[in-house]
Design a protein. Structure first.
Length: 547
């Protein structure tokens, strides 16, 4: 059974839900289905890559297939076998997409990593996953090489665009020198394909291991928020990095599954005016724009008149959109911004589609056809409509992770009976619209990133001046929340602005910039439970603007 697209708005939402059936293929390979399947047309465009200097290069699916086949042969020559983990520490670029396709076709497991990760974040993920190979570029090579001695399972470092570097392999040379014909591994749909690490809301980040069929599980959740994607002349772009599930499985891979070209360009730092210019210059038709990006773009004056973007659809997720952003979207782009919802473990399960059903400001939308989503109590029992409870999704969902990597206990704790508990509180109204109410854990949502406090607190404690630390999110008009750290100083240190700046810089050097506390508050003690756990809830309640 092949995947059958959702039809247009002539059908009602209820009709779509009733007739929807998931394909259940025995075998499925993401690389074959997103690249090789379209390569029979030698002119079919896959990727438009705009470099930092403004130059543009276009890649057909046939070219991506050839390069990914060659790279897969090179990986095989290095001794890579099915199930090995291959880390990709690269920004939005052709080499990133080529690496993904080659890894999937090899039967290996891709490990996307964000280029802003510092050494501690990289060390943990590379060690925990047992990655055998890292693919990176010159900008990030030093970080990897500094960690190599601490990663006994890491056998090969492959560098793009750098020629020959001691102790590494050249990405381009491997591709150029390889000989032979590559035959993709005939992977089963349930075979593992990639690991994406969570934000670490409770303890260290966990690696969500996904099967090849996860791509099928995402398709209806792309089609609806993007108004029955694909349509003629569609072209997709997102500022979200392909290292995150939002960039990879909400944009790149679904677009390629349908043979739709993707624009690749990653700003060193998001610039709202440049985002408008980029989308107008390339006639982008579809975009996933996180709420923070939308808030920044809203501050650009006369954007509709100045840029004349011709977007057909905008999807947004990660934070709730208010009526002001929705109104601005209509005025600026002449369309409804469709909000959607999901998480790393099971993504794109709820969403809006203005062409099918009214958008209700503040609502995440309705369950995407094919996904069984409910509001349940702490024992996993579904609750009546209108009742506050836990947002849950059925454990047999095709977008569901296989398990947490090396974390059987955490996997078991994530499920209750037939349900995966998202950790978010919500409500469903009598018309089936879901409303996000808040988090049950301590996750911080900042500029579209979900940030766990534990990793930051561990880093803070390594600073010589810090005796104890706790991290929370505090309200911010642009980013929704920013990170605030509460620090109890070690003896011999004095609370002063210079020390706060030093602590911030320490975190920035070891983690990602978005994880760096925007504010450091020095306190005499932290609120603790009787067992010595920090009560972040108490800290949040003391902050202005918190209810």
């Amino acid at each position: 059974m092949t995947y059958r697209r959702l039809t247009g708005p002539a059908e009602s939402y209820d009709a779509l839900v009733q007739r929807f059936r998931w394909p259940q293929p025995t075998h499925f390979n993401i690389g074959v289905e997103t690249v090789d399947r379209h390569a029979t047309d030698p002119e079919r465009l896959a990727l438009i890559y705009e470099r930092d200097d403004g130059s543009v290069e276009r890649y057909t699916f046939a070219r991506i297939k050839d390069l990914s086949d060659r790279f897969a042969l090179a990986l095989r020559a290095l001794g890579l076998v099915a199930g090995d983990r291959v880390a990709i520490l690269l920004p939005q670029a052709p080499d990133t997409a080529i690496s993904h396709a080659a890894i999937y076709k090899s039967g290996a497991i891709a490990l996307p990593l964000f280029t802003q990760f510092g050494p501690d974040a990289l060390r943990y993920r590379l060690s925990d996953s047992g990655a055998r190979v890292v693919i990176t570029n010159p900008d990030n090579l030093d970080k990897v090489m500094a960690l190599r001695a601490e990663l006994p399972e890491l056998q090969h470092v492959i560098v793009t665009g750098a020629g020959q570097v001691a102790g590494t392999q050249s990405f381009e040379r491997l591709i150029d020198q390889v000989q032979g014909t590559f035959e993709p591994v005939n992977t089963q749909a349930e075979d593992p394909a990639l690991i994406i690490y969570t934000s670490g809301t409770t303890g260290n980040p966990k690696g969500a291991l996904h099967a090849h069929r996860v791509l099928l599980g995402h398709l209806p959740g792309v089609e609806l928020p993007h108004e029955f994607f694909p349509q003629p002349d569609d072209l997709f772009w997102t500022p979200a990095d392909w290292a995150w599930i939002g960039g990879l499985l909400d944009v790149l891979l679904p677009a390629w599954y349908y043979g739709v070209p993707v624009l690749a360009h990653r700003f060193p730092k998001f610039d709202p005016e440049q985002a408008f210019e980029l989308m107008a210059r390339h006639s982008v038709r579809n975009s996933f724009l996180p709420p923070t990006a939308l808030k920044l773009m809203r501050q650009v004056p006369d954007s509709r008149q100045r840029f004349g973007c011709q977007l057909r659809s905008i999807g947004s997720g990660g934070e709730t959109l208010g009526s002001e952003i929705l109104d601005w979207g209509r005025e600026t782009f002449g369309l409804e911004i469709n909000e959607f919802y999901g998480q790393t473990e099971c993504n794109l399960i709820v969403g809006n589609c203005a062409g099918l059903m009214p958008v209700r400001p503040g609502s995440m939308g309705r369950a995407i056809p094919g996904h069984e989503v409910a509001i349940v109590d702490e024992s996993g029992q579904p609750l009546p409509d209108g009742t506050d409870g836990l947002i849950a999704v059925h454990r047999l969902d095709p977008a569901m992770m296989l398990r947490y990597w090396n974390r059987p206990e955490a996997t078991e704790e994530k499920f209750i009976g037939d349900w995966l508990l998202t950790g978010d509180m919500g409500r469903r109204d009598s018309d089936g619209y879901f409303w996000y109410l808040g988090r049950t854990d301590d996750v911080i949502t900042s500029a579209g990133y979900r940030i766990g406090p534990a990793e930051i607190e561990d880093c803070l404690l390594r600073h010589p001046a810090v005796a104890m630390a706790a991290v929370i999110g505090v309200p911010d008009k642009v980013r929704t929340e920013v990170v605030k750290a509460f620090v109890v100083l070690a003896p011999g240190h004095t609370a002063e602005a210079k020390l706060a700046e030093d602590i911030q810089q320490f975190v920035r050097q070891h983690l990602a910039a978005y994880e760096t506390p925007r504010e450091v508050a020095f306190v005499e003690e932290l609120p603790l439970t009787t067992t010595g756990k920090v009560m972040r809830r108490v800290l949040r309640e003391q902050e202005p603007g918190r209810r």
